[in-house]
Design a protein around this ligand. Structure first.
Ligand SMILES: N[C@@H](CCC(=O)N[C@@H](CS)C(=O)NCC(=O)O)C(=O)O
Length: 309
């Protein structure tokens, strides 16, 4: 396997989800620290402008969205399985629910308590992306709303964990645990003791939380963006050709120019579609600085449509 490169920043909860997956698999990886807010001039040319965090790079293959990144990581390393046999669907469905239910509520609850710590550039830059004003002064008066929403979802998590099981699906950790963990991690790391105390069911959630945290991040070293660009430049992208009849039903053929757009928040990315399978969409992107690369997206959570060049 070619070297594993994670483009991420420390504060990012979705990146923490992936750092822990790399820890579970005891992988060696390279860390490229990206700016917390755009512009990201060294990353954007490689990823066609896909702007969410994190992104996993292997050679000239770029994996976007943690839903897909977990599936890629799951195939590597000797330890742990993110999708335990017979529970694959449960792990996916649980993870989808808990992230949708808790991520933005945990972020808004926490940032409301971070007055003086959130740069105005970050507030201004995120507003059109999330369609939320992340200014702590605007969020603090809404604390009660974000708290009750988050705690309603934590109640379901606590209900699952109430029988003293080690992890959400039973004795082994799965992708579901990582999806449930990272919004709570963000709140605990950044909201201070006040926010930690407002979050319900600590006696049930705490022991599980500590078990997930104990995964650590695996062995990693720093890589510069220039080194990552060089890796993409010297490697040739794969030529995937998996093609589902579903693609024809939405009017697409291999080789068409398409847009791929997150169905919740984020911008479209354009390229030539190479593969459409049960789990993934692959498009080819080209840029003078890196040459040809493949951008991979999960099927769930993204809309593909024919586009004009
Ligand atoms: N569904 C996406 C969500 C990723 C996401 O929202 N990440 C946040 C950071 S934790 C983000 O992209 N924020 C804007 C940015 O970093 O530019 C995934 O699973 O990767």
């Amino acid at each position: 396997m070619s070297q594993v490169i994670l483009h991420h920043y420390q504060l990012s909860p979705y990146s923490e989800k992936i750092r822990l997956a790399l820890g579970l698999k005891a992988l060696n990886w390279h860390s490229v620290e990206i700016p917390v807010w755009t512009p990201r001039p060294k990353l954007t040319p490689m990823t066609g402008g896909y702007r969410r965090t994190p992104i996993l790079q292997v050679g000239a293959e770029f994996y976007c969205d943690t839903l897909l990144i977990l599936h890629v990581i799951d195939k590597w390393g000797a330890s742990g399985a993110l999708y335990p046999k017979g529970q694959e669907g449960l792990a996916k469905a649980f993870g989808w629910w808990i992230e949708k239910g808790s991520f933005m509520n945990a972020v808004c609850l926490t940032i409301g308590n971070m007055g003086g710590k959130i740069p105005q550039e970050l507030v201004d830059e995120r507003r059109p992306l999330f369609r939320v004003n992340l200014d702590p002064e605007a969020l603090l008066p809404k604390r009660a709303m974000y708290l009750q929403r988050l705690n309603a979802h934590l109640a379901w998590l606590a209900e699952v964990l109430a029988d003293d099981r080690k992890f959400i699906l039973g004795k082994d950790l799965s992708a579901a645990d990582l999806s449930a963990y990272h919004p709570i991690w963000f709140a605990r790391q950044n909201g201070g003791p006040e926010i930690a105390e407002l979050m319900s069911f600590p006696s049930v959630v705490d022991p599980w939380y500590q078990r997930v945290a104990a995964l650590g991040h695996g062995d990693h070293d720093d890589m510069t963006p220039e080194q990552a660009i060089e890796v993409a430049r010297v490697n040739q992208p794969n030529e995937p050709d998996g093609w589902s009849p579903e693609a024809h039903d939405v009017g697409l053929q291999r080789g068409d120019w398409v847009s791929v757009t997150p169905d919740d928040y984020g911008n479209p990315v354009h390229g030539t579609i190479l593969a459409w399978t049960a789990d993934e969409i692959v498009i080819r992107h080209e840029d003078p600085s890196v040459g040809k690369v493949n951008l991979h997206f999960p099927r769930v959570g993204f809309d593909v449509a024919p586009a004009q060049r």
